[in-house]
Design a protein around this ligand. Sequence first.
Ligand code: ADP
Ligand code: MG
Length: 342
Amino acid sequence: MSETAIEFVDVVKRYGMVTAVDRISFSIQRGEMVTFLGPSGCGKTTSLRLIAGLELPSEGSVRIAGQDVSTRAASERNVGMVFQSYALFPHMSVIENVAYGPTIRGDDKKAAAERGQEILAMLGLDGLGKRLPSELSGGQQQRVAVARAIVQQPDVLLFDEPLSNVDAKLRRRVREEIRDLQRKFNLTAVYVTHDQEEALAVSDRIVVMNQGRIAQIGTPDQLYNRPNSRFVADFIGDANLISGRLENGRFVAEGLTLPFADPGQEGAATISVRPERIGLDPAGHGGTVQSATYLGSRYEYMVSAGYGSLLVSAPITSTPIAPGAQVGIVIPEDGFTLVESS
Ligand code: ADP
Ligand code: MG
């Protein structure tokens, strides 16, 4: 049975005139990894700090593990945080860093060190306990920071853009490691990023934020395939947004007619179509290929049609379609989503 680990109810956070978080509500289940995703300044870090208790809400309530913690300070919440800078103590060895929290909390020093060693071993860091943080790679320092947080057995583990200091080449590996750890320890984790690919890769669910509000909450698959707005369609992956009308159970734009399931809806509308859902038929017509770009694993075409330009992603075939060619544009019945209607 699932249990609610974190719940926000109508949470608002203002800094003077700025409303950083504008009445958001959501809940996160135990053992779930949820990502806050959105452009810079949309309120991700503030939301995370509200969970940690580093900020208190101006309105609304924050619940952790079934308790209202809205007015509790960070030290009165059992929350671990992994910062982008890792914030390891540079003059302490790895094991001293990891055992520091439990020791401060009053645990026996030897027991804390043993527990720390166990966790280091589980994270593939055994043998490195005596080193200084400066003697480790970025990815290893990241893991020490995670070890230091989970040794405290927090109710929730928070990550604020944890990969921004990790080498671009290593990012994919480190994010997989974080996800593995989260699964292995069945941690409830909240992860902040502005990188949509990272969010898709590590999350059970994603909270997409825009200007202090929640634009959509869903699994990576739901957000990618069923975005509920232009903003989400555009922010996650590449989207072709086509404007037209809904009428008589169809979506109609200049030179394009698609069946639309809900015949009750009428009026101006915009649909989103992913580049890989569009087929190009060299024997058809309706579009003109403007450019064909070879990207190693696929071709990308720009195709102009009566209703606008489309980005089309196609598998590599022996003969690409040449610029200037006429093509038919094929959008399957389940290949588009309504993102706006009047
Ligand atoms: P994100 O992490 O998504 O980039 P933040 O949560 O850091 O966004 O910030 C959201 C908004 O709140 C921004 O407009 C930011 O300038 C503002 N803000 C954040 N922290 C403070 C603060 N301590 N004082 C004043 N404004 C702040
Ligand atoms: Mg931030």
